[in-house]
Design a protein around this ligand. Structure first.
Ligand code: HPA
Ligand code: ZN
Length: 324
């Protein structure tokens, strides 16, 4: 498969944690700028820590590294670097997650985070780069009550935001616990998504749809284990924002050739290809298309279809069936 072909497909990136696009070189640059001590000697030592057993072993490194982000300028520079890479990969729109609680809990004002990210988005759009949309995510490990408080804190920034989502540690924290946060987010008119079925069981995907009322499922890899769920996702046209390289690196699947995406596609589910935390997993969005095509024998027409699905699954138009 040809990289030029893949990069030439206009596409949307719908599953990207902006903090997960923090490359080690920029992490050390920001650490020096802000006088933050990282518990890694240098870039090479940090890269050696990128050998993950599961989601949690990744999250530990990810939350540590994001402590170098302190000012609006830092968040701007982070998003600017990501958007330049996304542009080179043919991304025309990026709907990007960020974790407000992991910043406000360190004393960083939410306004600084939102302002820095938004300014990079405006500059990108003005210069022909990708349009940026922001999705604020509640981190499940801080629990349901904090998630509701976080949603309320979004209100002054409502104009800069497109969506609300949920990420971090999945197993043991079923979606239904967070129903009140999603209700509040919908009250603000935010488009709702949730990570589900990455490490958690298919039941968590059912709950995200039926209890939280989300419009898209982030990951959803384990949906393949439940035929009735696959039929439901296909019937409703609920998009899955899948991340093949991430799933291999966090051992959600044993190898790319075993990834459920082609089977879900065959079953009529609206799947999309995304990069999740590219600085940590070693692949931006075009790399994900290419690696998947190689491992699973997808054709150029298949990849063009996946790129079109990503554009169709964007939060540009009116809300879907669950958008109240
Ligand atoms: N899963 C859950 N939480 C996350 C991830 C992920 O893949 N990346 C960043 N936060
Ligand atoms: Zn993710």
């Amino acid at each position: 498969m040809d990289r030029t072909f893949v990069a030439g497909l206009p596409k949307a990136e719908l599953h990207l944690h902006i903090e997960g696009s923090l490359e080690p070189e920029l992490a050390f640059e920001l650490a020096a700028r802000n006088g933050v001590d990282l518990p890694y000697a240098d870039v090479a030592a940090l890269r050696r820590a990128f050998s993950f057993r599961d989601l949690q072993s990744f999250l530990d490194v990810y939350y540590t590294c994001m402590t170098v982000l302190r000012t609006a300028e830092d968040f701007h520079d982070l998003a600017e670097a990501y958007l330049a890479r996304a542009r080179a990969d043919g991304v025309v729109r990026a709907e990007v997650f960020f974790d407000p609680q992991e910043h406000t809990s360190r004393g960083i004002p939410l306004a600084d985070v939102v302002t820095g990210l938004s300014r990079a988005g405006e500059e990108s759009a003005e210069t022909g780069g990708p349009h940026l949309a922001l999705i604020a995510c509640a981190v499940r490990h801080r629990g349901p009550e904090e998630a509701v408080e976080m949603v309320h804190s979004l209100e002054p920034h409502r104009e800069q935001l497109t969506g609300f989502g949920m990420d971090s540690t999945e197993v043991g924290l079923p979606p239904r616990l967070f129903a009140a946060a999603f209700e509040a987010a919908r009250g603000l008119g935010l488009r709702c998504v949730a990570h589900a079925g990455e490490e958690g069981p298919p039941e968590y995907v059912w709950e995200a749809i039926d209890v939280l009322g989300v419009e898209r499922i982030d990951h959803g890899a384990r949906a393949i284990e439940d035929a009735a769920l696959v039929r439901r996702l296909a019937a409703d046209g609920t998009p899955l924002t899948m991340c093949p390289v991430s799933n291999v690196r966090l051992r959600v699947v044993p190898e790319l050739a075993a990834h459920p995406l082609p089977r879900l596609l065959d079953a009529g589910v609206r799947v999309t290809v995304n990069s999740d935390d590219p600085a940590y997993f070693g692949g931006y969005v075009a790399d994900n298309y290419l690696a998947l095509a190689e491992a699973c024998g997808l054709s150029e027409a298949d990849l063009a279809g996946l790129a079109q699905s990503s554009l169709d699954a964007c939060f540009t138009g009116a809300g879907g069936p669950h958008h109240r």
